[in-house]
Design a protein. Structure first.
Lengths: 316, 250
């Protein structure tokens, strides 16, 4: 049995979300990784139990074209006799697997946290609904199980021993229509470190009070090597751009530390930050819902606490 | 420019979310319903496009008879025509949903179909893509900036700090995300017009799919309350100590 995983790269290394998908795939069979790049991080993948890497070089497919990536996965799945094809539950992973579902006519389950073979063509699975606020127990009947893996629920765990890995350069058979929609990439504006992958996120909510209240949060984020994230009210008030929004309709984050300042903790916001390893809340309200999800809390006004924290960190 | 916007009626979830005793649905006894957030932005985007370039906006939902409430909400925001694909209460999967929408698109003819990137409740992430494949149209997903040109659209999104631009010839399918615009509040005349508007109704056939829901449940989370480090600036030394222990200051 073979499970193929679409592996996305982040600066040449396997993306964290993809390693989570690879870790889950090990329980489904021999793991083959599909990488769209000119070179593959074969050793890093072997450490997570990948035995075969299928490398799709830019000479056959330059840039991101979701339908073409899906067509490539469809071809590889039938060549290898794969019984499962997985991707990370990222924007790209969900998009490519949706195309693969449409191309093959098979069902696709997005954002799974557990997938178990149940004999024949049956898989039992658990997946996110409401961005993880609810779990769905479901059964999938399909010759090839297609699914994505929730980015904030499954751990990336190295294999007990690295596998012997073989890299195969693969030339996909593509039709012109597969290449009709492709991304033209250019550097995004201000932003720098990505919210989705930041190690520290300093969150600001209604308690920040207005568009001009974010300078101390930016300063603190800078000191901690992190970025600023915000709640939905902050973007709907137009205080900060939507790309900084943490939550169900914004970005899901998985930092080591989420410092939630002046954020009450609506459940749509919790859906976005539940993957944080540690949460500290700074809030004037000791009854704020965010406290039920935080490790520690400081009861107080962020406008006093954050400058004092910045000062203390600068003095170290 | 003829635009179809597909919306979904979902429970309005506020402080907490609960499941009915049979585990089949979200408990809505204490909540109302609303349009899934990405789709509210899709309605606004379509209205803005037709305000600039002319044409009309049709809004469609697949759901129970009560989903007329959300269609009227979209009409109040400026959509011109409403279509209800009425279900018998069963939850259609993404394949059957896409196929029912495709039938309406073929019958009426549109230049552009907008959907939300994913519905707030089911989070399937695939109806727009399946619809595009069924129609043989190009599709872009997760879009946060849309520019309509003569006979084509340029759709932009950001991914891992890089901006991606997709150029699609029309007709096309585009799924959008919250943040593409700030939806307006419905005007009073808009609400009155919506109240009186006719809703075209048909009943697509249900078909079972290879992915079958068994039950919904609230994830088990160890119930706890944060340990309070202190009040106000007096808590800062304790806060710094915790950050040191966790290794985030290195």
């Amino acid at each position: 049995m073979t499970a193929l995983v679409l592996v996305e790269l982040d600066g040449g290394a396997p993306a964290d979300a993809s390693l989570r998908a690879v870790s889950m795939a090990r329980s489904l069979g021999d793991v083959g990784a599909v990488v769209f790049a000119d070179s593959a991080p074969a050793d890093a993948l072997a450490a997570y139990g990948v035995g075969d890497v299928y490398l799709i070089e830019s000479s056959s497919l330059e840039g991101y074209a979701p339908a073409a990536w899906a067509r490539t996965l469809a071809g590889l799945a039938s060549e290898t006799g794969a019984t499962a094809v997985l991707a990370a539950g990222t924007d790209r992973g969900n998009e490519v697997l949706a195309h693969l579902g449409a191309i093959t006519g098979l069902p696709m389950a997005a954002n799974c946290t557990l997938v178990t073979p149940d004999g024949g063509q049956t898989h039992r699975l658990v997946r996110h609904r409401w961005a993880g606020l609810l779990l769905e127990d479901a059964v999938m009947e399909a010759p090839v199980a297609l699914f994505t893996v929730a980015t904030d629920s499954v751990a990336a765990v190295p294999a007990e021993a690295p596998s012997a890995v073989q890299v195969h350069v693969h030339k996909p058979e593509l039709a012109e229509a597969d290449l009709a929609v492709r991304a033209v990439e250019s550097p995004a504006g201000a932003g720098g470190a990505s919210l989705a992958t930041a190690r520290v996120v300093v969150g600001g909510g209604r308690g920040v009070g207005g568009a001009d209240g974010f300078a101390p949060l930016e300063e603190l984020a800078g000191l901690l090597g992190g970025v600023v994230g915000v709640s939905r009210v902050v973007t709907s008030e137009g205080w900060r751009p939507h790309k900084q929004q943490v939550g169900q309709t914004g970005t899901k984050i998985t930092p080591e530390l989420y410092l939630a300042c002046g954020i009450s903790g609506a459940i749509q916001h919790i859906a976005g930050c539940a993957g944080a390893k540690h949460i500290i809340a700074i809030n004037t309200d000791p009854g704020a819902p965010i406290l039920a999800h935080a490790d520690y809390a400081v009861i107080g006004d962020l406008h006093q606490v954050i400058p004092a924290l910045v000062e203390a960190l600068r003095a170290r | 420019m003829e635009i179809l916007v597909c919306i979904k009626r979902v429970p309005t979830v506020g402080g907490k979310i609960a499941v009915t005793p049979d585990g089949q649905e979200v408990d809505t006894r204490a909540s109302g319903f609303s349009i899934s957030p990405h789709e509210e932005c899709a309605v606004e985007e379509a209205v803005q496009i037709t305000e600039r370039a002319g044409g009309s906006v049709s809004v469609l939902t697949l759901g129970p008879a009560d989903a007329v409430e959300q269609l009227r909400g979209a009409l109040a925001l400026g959509a011109h025509r409403a279509v209800l694909l009425e279900t018998d209460g069963r939850e259609f999967g993404p394949i059957a949903t896409a196929s029912a929408i495709a039938a309406e698109v073929r019958e009426h003819g549109y230049d552009l179909v907008l959907l939300g990137n994913e519905a707030a409740d089911t989070g399937d992430y695939q109806v727009g893509v399946r619809l595009a494949h069924e129609l043989g149209w190009p599709v872009a997903t997760g879009i946060k900036n849309l520019l309509v040109e003569d006979g084509s659209v340029v759709a932009r999104r950001e991914y891992r700090g890089v901006e991606e631009a997709y150029s699609l010839p029309l007709p096309a399918v585009v799924t959008v995300k919250e943040g593409i615009n700030l939806p307006r509040y419905p005007s009073l005349p808009g609400r009155l017009r919506a109240k009186r508007a006719a809703v075209e109704t048909s009943a697509p056939a249900y078909a079972a799919e290879g992915l079958r829901k068994e039950a919904l449940r609230v994830p088990a989370v160890a119930s706890h309350q944060a340990a309070v480090l202190g009040e106000g600036v007096d808590a800062v030394p304790a806060l710094v100590k915790v950050l040191e222990e966790w290794g985030v200051l290195s």
